[in-house]
Design a protein around this ligand. Sequence first.
Ligand code: NAD
Length: 289
Amino acid sequence: MDYEGKVAVVTGGAGGIGRGLVHALLARGAHVVVADVEDSALGAAVAECTPLGAVRGVLTDVADPDSVVALAEDVYDREGRCDLLFANAGVTSGGGGLPWEQEINDWRWCFSVNVFGVAATVLTFLPRMLEAGSPGDIVATSSGDGGVAPVPYASVYAASKAAVSCFIEAVAHQLRKVAAPVDAHVFYPGGGLLDTGLWTAARNRPPELERVRPRPPAPGTTFAEFKAQLEAAGLPATVVDLDRLGAKVLDDLDDGRYILGPDVDRFGNLLHARADAIAHGDLPPTLLH
Ligand SMILES: NC(=O)c1ccc[n+]([C@@H]2O[C@H](COP(=O)([O-])OP(=O)(O)OC[C@H]3O[C@@H](n4cnc5c(N)ncnc54)[C@H](O)[C@@H]3O)[C@@H](O)[C@H]2O)c1
């Protein structure tokens, strides 16, 4: 794909995996609009990326549909188009724990960003992209946790990402059915440990969606603790280069893949094992299998 002159919108692009996507898009000549809820991180990201190419930031809360509509109006007013849409913003539900210890506010916060945020982003931009009639792609960042199989101690997050994968699959089928010039894709980050802001996602949790019963952070819920646990157990703990991950996503897009990301072989094998278990009426293996 020739990215030169294409307009890309990246939600959650101020940090982590989204920033890797922004870097990769700028390196290939795209004009990038970074949409993020974290004002200071957004300013720092745009300042860091400005020497790399055409980039600007728009403060956006994907959990607020009006904010997403304002983003689209801003992009269509100023850039006049959106060729590549990355619905990437996401949060955890905070702190791990047993599924029945999660509170409704954990569900509300996680789903407001991961599910309603992705829905608002697609519902707002896709009709405009279709109306433009030019080739385009939408990419939603899901997770192997939920998109492929649950991590049982991250049950709410897993449920949210299962919803993202299922929704985007439906979108992709319907786009093909109507022979639209726009394709949809799902992105599963991976390839090792991801040292991103997801570990501190609660920094952006709205006060009205705080837990009713506050709980202290569970052991192993910081990136450093998690990495140390893996190393102590003799398990692989390679940290992923997020710029290379972003470049891999664009390479996979260029190859015309529906699933983007480095772990398709592992996920395929796990899904075979899950299918076998389901066919026998057994509990399928988790992502930790
Ligand atoms: N880190 C991982 O291990 C991992 C694995 C699989 C999938 N993912 C997914 O990758 C995506 C990016 O996460 P990350 O790991 O880079 O974390 P991150 O916290 O570094 O990046 C997420 C970005 O989204 C922004 N954001 C949060 N709430 C928002 C909102 N309401 N509106 C707009 N922006 C918002 C944050 O400010 C941040 O810049 C998420 O969808 C996440 O679920 C992460």
